[in-house]
Design a protein around this ligand. Structure first.
Ligand SMILES: [Zn+2]
Length: 166
């Protein structure tokens, strides 16, 4: 059986809102809001979901395996480091990202005005053309932890391909 030329990865993450005085980061972009997200690192659910999707595409475990939240090195850590680390592991194994799609679930703040900026920022972090990255935003329809404004969640899926040789 020929080895596969394509693989996919899936990521999901949740962080609780309520970190007073902490900036709200989504996809590495500062989004003005009255509070930030609670977590050991900078608590960016979108970058965490994308990092997990990249790791998952090659069955490399998850973000907690690579960056344990018990490790003081990652306290208030920049999640862009996690993302870049996963992307470097992918490249080092001979793979590249074809495209990435994602959803951020947040009742507030409204993310529509920030989607394009977040897409562009993630593309830059990954060294991809902007049209390979998609960020969509959904409200929680006033139900569940997202709808009650208690949490922000993110999902990501990534398609990767073997890098062509020569
Ligand atoms: Zn997280």
């Amino acid at each position: 059986m020929n080895p596969p030329q394509f693989r996919i990865g899936l990521g999901h993450d949740t962080h609780r809102l309520g970190a007073v005085g902490k900036p709200l980061l989504l996809g590495g972009v500062l989004v003005p809001h009255e509070c930030g997200l609670i977590g050991h690192s900078d608590a960016d659910p979108l970058l965490h979901a994308i990092t997990d999707a990249i790791l998952g595409s090659l069955s490399l475990g998850d973000i907690g395996d690579w960056f344990p939240n018990t490790d003081p090195r990652w306290k208030d850590g920049d999640s862009a480091l996690f993302l870049r680390h996963a992307a470097t592991e992918l490249v080092n194994r001979g793979w590249e990202i074809v495209n990435l799609d994602s959803i951020v679930h947040a009742e507030r703040p409204k993310l529509g005005p920030f989607k394009r900026q977040i897409e562009a920022h993630i593309a830059t972090l990954l060294g991809l053309p902007a049209d390979r990255v998609s960020v969509k935003a959904k409200s929680g329809e006033a139900v569940g932890p997202v709808g009650r404004g208690e949490a922000i969640q993110a999902e990501a899926v990534v398609l990767v391909s073997r890098r062509s040789i020569g």
